[in-house]
Ligand binder design. Structure first.
Ligand code: HEC
Length: 151
């Protein structure tokens, strides 16, 4: 059993460079990837926000499902900014982003960490905890958009 697990892990590790090389066919593909992941983040976030605002009934199980998605999705957009050719491929970015990629990655990691904390809060099913963690998570968006997202 242990041996099988090790073999699986090993093959996952060995396959990684191949996956990285083929995940994006070109710079434009990387733009589609990040825009798609940001859209999925928006959908999942919006549902929690609606529950917090009382627009729809609070449902702890549903918050948890959304938070699970956000914990994963919040890890996705960031690598796309480093794909070769993506700088020239369009997207709604301010040019300043290309001179500050390490800072963008840091912001991305911060958002992913806040999403992980939101999931921990969601699992408690305590509304006060969820509100606080959600506010922390949501702050990431505008801060980065003001600096790096074009209208
Ligand atoms: C570290 C920077 C950063 C953070 C944090 C960030 N974004 Fe963005 N976001 C961007 C950039 C840059 C773009 C433009 C991407 C492009 O068009 O290539 C963007 C685009 C978007 C888009 C439009 C996608 C499309 O289809 O054109 C949505 C929606 C979005 N972000 C939602 C969010 C939400 C919600 C959060 C917070 C939970 C968030 N973003 C956090 C940088 C960020």
């Amino acid at each position: 059993m242990k041996k099988a697990l090790f073999a699986t892990l090993l093959s996952t590790v060995l396959c990684m460079p191949a996956i990285a090389a083929t995940a994006f066919t070109d710079g434009k593909d990387a733009v589609s990837y990040r825009q798609a992941s940001f859209q999925l983040i928006r959908h999942n976030m919006g549902d929690i926000q609606d529950m917090i605002r009382g627009n729809v009934a609070f449902d702890a199980e549903r918050v948890q499902r959304r938070a699970e998605a956000l914990a994963l999705l919040s890890q996705l957009p960031w690598e796309s900014f480093t794909v070769e050719g993506t700088k020239e491929a369009g997207g709604k970015v301010k040019p300043a982003i290309w001179d500050n990629l390490p800072e963008v990655q840091e912001r991305g990691e911060k958002m992913a960490a806040d999403a992980a904390a939101l999931l921990v809060a969601a699992r408690t099913a305590e509304q006060a905890e969820i509100r606080k963690a959600f506010a922390d998570f949501a702050r990431n968006c505008k801060a980065c958009h003001d600096k790096y997202k074009a209208d």
